[in-house]
Write a protein that binds this ligand. Sequence first.
Ligand code: SAH
Length: 482
Amino acid sequence: MDTLPIFLKVRGTPCLVVGGGQVAARKVDLLLRAGAQLTVVAPELDDTLRTHWASGALEWIQGRFDPAQLEQALIVVAATNDPDVNNAVSQAAQQKQIPVNVVDQPHLCTFTVPSIVDRSPIMIAIGTGGTSPVLARLLRARLETLIPAAYGRLASLAGQFRSQVKTALGGTDTRRAFWEEVFQGRVAELIFAGKERQARKELDRMIETSTDSHYRRGEVYLVGAGPGDPDLLTFRALRLMQRADVVLYDRLVAPAIVDLVRRDAQRIFVGKEKSHHVVPQRDINRLLLELARQGNRVLRLKGGDPFIFGRGGEEIEDLVSHDIPFQVIPGITAAAGCASYAGIPLTHRDHAQACLFVTGHLKDGSVDLNWESLCQPEQTVVVYMGLTGLEIICREMINHGLTPETPAALIQQGTTVNQKVISGTLGTLAGKVAQVKVQAPTLLIVGSVVRLHDQLAWFVPEALLEEKSVLNEPGRGTNDGL
Ligand code: SAH
C-alpha cells in the first residue's frame, strides 16, 4: 500500500486552486460540492469559473501564483498548463507541508484525487496510485451499475436511527445482526422502492420488538465452494460467506476462496491437525454445534458440493436434533467443474446416456465397488478420490468387461491455473500418470466421452502452456486427494 485512503472534511475550510481553465474548473466543481471555502488564483477565468465567481461561490485572486497565497489553505490543487507554475506550487506547498495535487503529474503530488462513486453519504473512492486513471474510470462505471442510487438514502436513514438502536440493543454483535437485517431485508427493499415513510415505520417496529436474544440465535451455513475457481461460487455462497462470524474450512477449499470470507470472521482450519491427521468428523460436527449454540453464524465451507462425497449429511444431523437452523448451499461438484474445464461432456447422445459418480477410496488396499454396474456400455464413470487406487480401478474395469482401449482421463486440480489433463485409455493411463508429477486433488473420468477432450478442450492455463509437454516432466511419484 503506497498511499493512505482517507476522506477529508473541507466544508467551510480554505482551499486553493491555481489555474483558471477547464481542468481547474473540474477540480473546483468537486471542491465546491464538498463545501470548501475556495480561492482560485489565475490571470483569467473560463466561463464556468467566472459564473461561480459571479455567484459568490469562490474568491478570485486575479494574477499569478505566489507562495503567500498558501497561507491557511488546507489543501492546494495546481491545474495550470504552465509546468513552471505547477512545479512552483508543488514545491511551495511541500515546504509548508500542505497536501498538494498537480493534475496529471503524479510525481509532483502528495495526494491524488480518486475516481468516485457518489451515493452520499456513502462515498466510494477508487485510486490506482497514478498508474491508470482510465482503469479507475472503468471500475467506477462497473460499481455505478452495481450500487443502486438509493443506497445513499438507506445510509442516511441508518444514520438517523443509529443512536436509538444503540440504546435499544446492548451488544455490538447484536447490533451488527440488526443492521444486516435492515440492509438486506424489508427496510432496504422499501427504500429501494421509494417508500421512505414505510421504511421508517418498519425500522421503528423492528426496534420496538427486537431483543438481544432475538439476534443471538446461531445458525449454520453448509456451503459448497466449488472445485477451485472462485468465479464458480454461487451468489448465495458469496452472500453467506460475507455474513459469517466463524468459518470452518479444509484443504480442498482454495485459499483464494477463503479470502472472500468476511475479513473479521474467525477462521478455523479443520483439514489437518499438527500431527497431520484430519480432524475427526465427530469433532467437526461437535464444533459446528457448539459455535452455533454460542450464537455464531457458522460457515462450513466445503470443496465442490457438500452433498457429494462431502459428508455434508453427517455434519448437519446433529444440528437437526438440537434444533439449530441451517441452510445447505449447493456447489459445483468436481465432476461437473473438471468435465467442463477439460472439454469432456459427461453425457452425449453419441457416447453416454448415463453418468455414475463413485468413490475410488481404498479400504484395506482394495477398492470396494460394484464393478458390474460400472462397466455397462454407453455410460460415463467419474471416480472421486481415485488416484491411489488408479491402477486397481483400471485393471478391474478391464477384468469386468470394458476393453483396454476405453478412453480414460485424469484431471489434476480442475478449474484452477494448475489444471492438467492426462488422457489415455484404461490400458495406458496408470502408466502415463506414474511418469508425471501429479498434484491432488485429481479426478478420473472413464468412457468414450473422454475422446471429445481433444476437440473441445478450451481451458488451457498459462502455466501449462509454458510446459513443453506434460509427459516430459520427470516422474516424482504421486499423491492423492482425500
Ligand atoms: N464434495 C466434493 C468432493 C469431495 S471428495 C465435490 O463435490 O467435488 C474429494 C475428491 O474430490 C478429491 O479426491 C478429488 O477426486 C475430487 N476433487 C475435488 N476438487 C477437485 C478438483 N479441483 N480437481 C480434481 N478433482 C477434484
